[in-house]
Design a protein around this ligand. Structure first.
Ligand code: SF4
Length: 507
């Protein structure tokens, strides 16, 4: 009979969260590398190169893969014969203490992103607690844990439907994935839960994402049941949509499709789909009374030795002297290396600024002629000026874009993923620009930031307005001043190319 100690649970959870903040699973690195090797779209290939370089840098620097270090999700399978020694806390409290210790680790501080009172004051809990915990009580005398840290950008793109039993799951997935845009930072995985009830399908979808990428093995041995057939069919058909890495158009959107199913009511076919992003983070360990879990670091030769070179003709821009006329010559899909000073701001800062503008109040920062970067950085450690600082999903700022452009004279925005029609129209009307940095390459992006200072709303923590001074920060023009969006043209071009090459194969 295993005797489990409270401190072993706390330490193991804390260690696992630190581990997954800087180590991708090896199967994920291999799958992105394979996709990178076969990718023909230059923009998607560049994005995957940045994701892979970032992954290696995080593994050596022990700093987070992404500035969004996630909401913690734990699946615990608790053996019925487990005994506890000197436990004073509930298992929930032990897990949350592990979360607290991991996110406040001074050697690798992680970003606290969890807000209490979600429909009200939305107050940061400051230590990323509480985790979302699922339990099963199973025969045995050990506890198995799956520990994950799920980014908000990809979690926000989760979809749920109650289909009619005769409806096609594949059709629903193919209709739904394009509506998810690029805010889930593809390439990644889709976790699909089928059956049970509405809430069961959602838990199954999330649990399916705890498995390793193994679609290649499935393809090699052939499907043996309906779920395996669905995995292959959905994988091929989603990739044929041409969405590509970061939604810029390309051959690989998904690296694997995971499905878990459960019996359901004769009248129902619940389906939930949850994407996992470029910052796929999960670890697995078993406590059997022999002390805390030990997770081996991936071998360094698991990381491909990739370099990312900007082409010779790449445009460089100094934001301190940039004019609107110059910005208007930038074309959708172009790469630009940005230097100079930019401001930052995301959801809470935008809401506050627009509220102030509506009341006729003066903003604490002058946005005229400036660029604003949608980011909530990780706090710095050691000699860093700022921690990992990749872009957040720009689509959430769409509703603020017109009033900000109209009333402040802002010149451009930097974020990740596509802009919706209301933002594109505002960008076009004001001849502004929207630039995109690679989501999931946050530590790499942070290397371009040479100075960082909070200039407004310090009480918002990671959502405060900073001024960054950057040098050669690589971005792609995602919406140019004429309103052309690389997230619309790119996937359309690649969907057509893939369809043509499939038609040739069939002939
Ligand atoms: S990779 Fe993208 S979706 Fe994933 S945590 Fe980072 S920003 Fe969020």
């Amino acid at each position: 009979m295993a005797v489990i100690k409270q401190d072993d649970v706390i330490q193991s959870v804390a260690d696992a969260l630190q581990y997954i903040s800087y180590y991708h699973p090896v199967d994920f690195i291999q799958a992105v590398h394979e996709a990178y090797e076969r990718e023909e779209s230059p923009a998607a290939r560049d994005a995957m190169a940045q994701i892979l370089i970032n992954s290696r840098m995080c593994a050596t620097g022990h700093r987070p893969i992404c500035q969004d270090t996630g909401i913690v999700t734990v699946f615990a399978r608790v053996g019925m014969n487990v005994q506890w020694e000197g436990a004073t806390m509930s298992l929930d409290d032990m897990i949350n203490e592990g979360v607290r210790q991991a996110y406040n680790n001074p050697d690798n501080v992680l970003r606290a992103s969890i807000l209490a009172d979600p429909a009200g004051k939305r107050t940061n809990t400051k230590d990323n607690t509480p985790a979302v915990i699922h339990y099963q009580v199973v025969p045995g005398d050990s506890i198995e844990f799956d520990v994950a840290a799920k980014g908000g950008g990809s979690e926000n793109k989760s979809k749920m439907v109650m289909l009619n039993p005769s409806d096609s799951i594949v059709d629903w997935v193919l209709k739904t994935v394009p509506t998810m845009g690029a805010g889930w930072c593809p390439p990644g995985m889709l976790g699909i839960g089928i059956g049970g009830t509405a809430e069961k399908a959602a838990v199954l979808a999330k649990e399916s994402l705890m498995d390793s990428i193994d679609i290649h093995e499935l393809r090699a041995r052939g499907p043996q049941n309906r779920v395996e057939e669905l995995r292959l069919e959905i994988m091929d058909k989603v990739n044929a949509l041409g969405i590509g890495a970061q939604g810029l158009g390309g051959l690989t959107t998904v690296l694997d499709i995971k499905i878990k199913d459960y019996p359901t009511h004769a009248a129902s076919l619940p389906v939930c789909m949850i994407p996992n992003c470029a910052a796929t983070r999960h670890a697995h360990f078993v406590l059997d009374g022999n002390g805390p879990a030990v997770l081996e670091a991936p071998p360094m030769d698991a990381y491909p030795d990739i370099t990312w070179e900007v082409g010779t003709g790449v445009r460089r821009a100094n934001m301190d002297t940039l004019t609107p006329e110059e910005v208007q010559t930038w074309k959708s899909g172009e790469t630009v290396l940005l230097s100079g000073k930019m401001l930052t701001g995301r959801d809470a800062a935008h809401k506050r600024m627009v509220d102030m503008l509506n009341k006729g109040e003066e903003l604490p920062v002058d946005l005229k002629g400036r660029f604003i970067y949608y980011v909530g950085p990780v706090d710095p450690v050691r000699e860093e000026v700022v921690g990992p600082a990749g872009p957040t999903t720009a689509t959430r700022m769409d509703k603020f874009t017109r009033p900000i452009l109209e009333q402040t004279g802002l010149l451009g925005m930097i974020g990740k993923a596509e802009r919706g029609p209301i933002a594109i129209d505002a960008i076009k009307d004001h001849k502004a620009v929207y630039l995109m940095a690679v989501g999931g390459a946050a530590y790499l992006v942070a290397q371009a930031i040479k100075k960082a200072e909070v200039v407004a709303f310090p009480e918002l923590g990671m959502e405060a307005i900073y001024e960054f001074e950057v040098e050669d920060m690589p971005v792609t023009v995602a919406v140019d001043s004429t309103g052309e969006s690389a997230h619309i043209t790119g996937p359309a071009i690649w969907q057509k190319k893939i369809a043509e090459s499939l038609a040739v194969e069939v002939k």
